[in-house]
Design a protein around this ligand. Structure first.
Ligand SMILES: Cc1cc2nc3c(=O)[nH]c(=O)nc-3n(C[C@H](O)[C@H](O)[C@H](O)COP(=O)(O)OP(=O)(O)OC[C@H]3O[C@@H](n4cnc5c(N)ncnc54)[C@H](O)[C@@H]3O)c2cc1C
Length: 411
C-alpha cells in the first residue's frame, strides 16, 4: 500500500491554528507559572480561551465535545502541541488522561460515561492509570494485585502499584487487578475505576526520579506515585469492559499513548534544533562562527535527518490509521525511534550550547532528563525490538523476504 503525501487543506489549517495557539498563548503563559495558584489560574484562562477558539479534545468525536479529528489531523496537531508543556494541557489533550478517555469511550457503560468520562472531557477532573507494579512492568501479565468479588455489590482489591503518573493530581484512577488467577495469562486481569482520594488507594509517596522537577511538576501531573492498595472497595458497576478484559484494554490504551509521546517529541526536537541553530549562528570560537565549521554542520545535519525520518514515520502511521490498516509493526518501530531521536537532538543542542546547555538557563537540561524515561515507558526498547525482530523473521519465513516487516509495503 503506497502512501499519499497530500495533507488535506482542512488538516493544514488546523495545524496552523494550533501552531499559532502554542506560540501566541502557551509559550508566553509558561513564564507566568510560579506556584499552585498561578498554575490553576493560567491553565483555567488558557482552557477557556482554547475552548472558545474551538481547540479542545482534538482526538474526541464531535458528539462528545471534541474536535473529531482523524488520526492524520490529530497527529499534525500533537506534533505542534509538544512545543510547550502547556500545549496539550491547554486543549485537554494531556497524557495519561487522553488514552483513558478513549478507553472509557470505547468500553465504558452509559453509567461510566456519564459519571466518569463527562468530567474528564469537560476538563473538570484528571485520571491516572495504575498498571505497573514493583512485581511486574514490561511483562504486565505478572501483576499480583488481586480483586476478589464480595457478593454482587463490590470488589475488594489488595496489592501495590508503582509509577502511576499523575496520581497525586488525579481525581480518579484506573486500576488493573487479577480477577481470575486460573484463566489464561492474558485473561486474568480486569480494570476498575476508582474515585480518589480513597482510603483503600494509599499514595505512599511521589517517587524521586532523574527528571528535573520544578515546584509545579507534581501539581501539573508530572509526578509518579508508589501506591498501596489495601482493602480497596470498588462497586461492581465500576468494573470497566468486563472481567478478564483488563489486559486487552491496557494494550489498546498504550497503543495511542506510544504515538502521542512520539508526536510531542517532534515538536520538542524541532525547538531544540532551532535553539542550536540560533546559538551556533551567533557564537564564535577560534575566530569563526560555530555555524561555519563543517563538524558543527554535520551535527546539525544528523539531527535534521532524524527529525525528517520521525516526521515521515508518523505521517505513514497516520496514513495507515486513517484507513484502519494494521500498524503494529510501524508503531513499535516508531516508538523506539522517536524516543532515541529526541534524545539525540536535545543532546546535540546541549553539546553545541556548551556549559549554557548544561545549565538551567535554557530548558534543554530539563528536557534531557525528562525524555530519558521514554525508552522505558509504554514498553521498553528491548520489548518493542523483540516484537519487531520476530515480525522480521515471520515475514522472511512467509514471503522469502523481510520487506513486509520493514516498510516494504510503501513501494
Ligand atoms: C516516567 C515513567 C512514567 C510511568 N508511568 C506509568 C503509569 O502512568 N502507569 C503505569 O502503570 N506504569 C507507568 N510506568 C511504568 C512503565 O510502564 C514500566 O517502567 C515499564 O513497563 C517497564 O517495566 P519495569 O520498569 O518494571 O521494567 P522491567 O519489566 O523490570 O524490565 C527492566 C528492563 O529489562 C529489559 N527487558 C525487559 N523485558 C525484556 C525482554 N523481553 N527482552 C529483553 N530485555 C527485556 C528492558 O531493558 C527493561 O527496561 C512509568 C514509568 C516511568 C519511568
Amino acid at each position: 500500500m503506497s502512501i499519499d503525501f497530500e495533507i488535506p487543506a482542512e488538516a493544514k489549517a488546523i495545524r496552523a491554528k494550533v501552531r499559532q495557539w502554542v506560540h501566541d498563548e502557551c509559550i508566553p503563559a509558561e513564564k507566568r507559572l510560579v506556584d499552585k495558584e498561578s498554575f490553576k489560574t493560567v491553565l483555567a484562562e488558557l482552557r477557556t480561551k482554547a475552548r472558545a477558539a474551538g481547540l479542545w479534545l482534538p482526538f474526541i468525536p464531535k458528539e462528545y465535545g471534541g474536535m473529531g479529528l482523524g488520526p492524520l489531523a490529530n497527529a499534525l496537531v500533537q506534533m505542534e502541541l509538544g512545543e510547550s508543556h502547556l500545549g496539550a494541557l491547554s486543549m485537554n489533550s494531556q497524557g495519561p488522561d487522553d488514552a483513558t478517555m478513549l478507553t472509557l469511550l470505547a468500553h465504558g457503560t452509559e453509567f461510566q460515561k456519564e459519571k466518569y468520562l463527562k468530567p474528564l472531557l469537560n476538563g473538570d477532573k484528571r485520571v491516572c492509570y495504575s498498571m505497573t507494579e514493583k512485581a511486574a512492568g514490561a511483562d504486565a501479565t505478572g501483576m499480583q494485585t488481586r480483586a476478589v468479588k464480595d457478593g454482587n455489590e463490590n470488589y475488594i482489591l489488595n496489592g501495590e502499584k508503582w509509577f502511576s503518573s499523575a496520581a497525586s493530581a488525579a481525581d480518579m484512577a484506573v486500576v488493573m487487578a487479577m480477577t481470575d488467577p486460573d484463566a489464561p495469562r492474558h485473561q486474568r486481569y480486569s480494570t476498575f475505576i476508582v474515585e480518589l482520594p480513597n482510603p483503600g488507594y494509599i499514595i505512599k509517596r511521589d517517587i524521586g526520579t532523574m527528571a528535573k522537577e520544578g515546584p509545579l511538576s507534581h501539581i501539573m501531573g508530572g509526578g509518579h506515585s508508589e501506591i498501596e492498595i489495601k482493602d480497596l472497595v470498588i462497586p461492581a458497576e465500576n468494573l470497566l469492559g468486563g472481567e478478564g478484559q483488563g489486559f486487552n484494554m491496557g494494550q489498546h490504551r498504550l497503543a495511542y499513548g506510544r504515538l502521542r509521546h512520539g508526536m510531542h517529541n517532534v515538536a520538542m526536537a524541532q525547538r531544540a534544533l532551532d535553539m542550536a541553530a540560533a546559538h551556533v549562528t551567533q557564537r564564535e570560537t577560534f575566530g569563526k562562527k560555530l555555524s561555519e565549521r563543517q563538524g558543527v554542520q554535520w551535527m546539525l545535519a544528523d539531527c535534521a535527518s532524524e527529525l525528517y525520518m520521525a516526521r515521515l514515520m508518523l505521517l505513514h502511521i497516520a496514513y495507515k490509521a486513517e484507513r484502519g490498516m494494521d500498524l503494529r509493526q510501524e508503531n513499535s518501530i516508531a516508538k523506539v525511534f522517536l524516543a532515541h531521536m529526541v534524545h539525540k537532538v536535545v543532546d546535540t543542542a546541549i553539546q553545541l550550547h556548551g556549559a549554557l546547555g548544561y545549565s538551567t538557563d535554557t530548558p534543554l537540561a530539563a528536557w534531557y532528563t525528562h525524555i530519558r524515561s521514554q525508552r522505558l515507558v509504554d514498553g521498553p526498547d528491548e520489548v518493542h525490538r523483540w516484537t519487531v525482530g520476530r515480525n522480521v523473521i515471520k515475514a522472511y519465513e512467509r514471503d522469502g523476504t523481510t520487506a513486509a516487516a520493514a516498510g516494504g509495503d510503501l513501494l
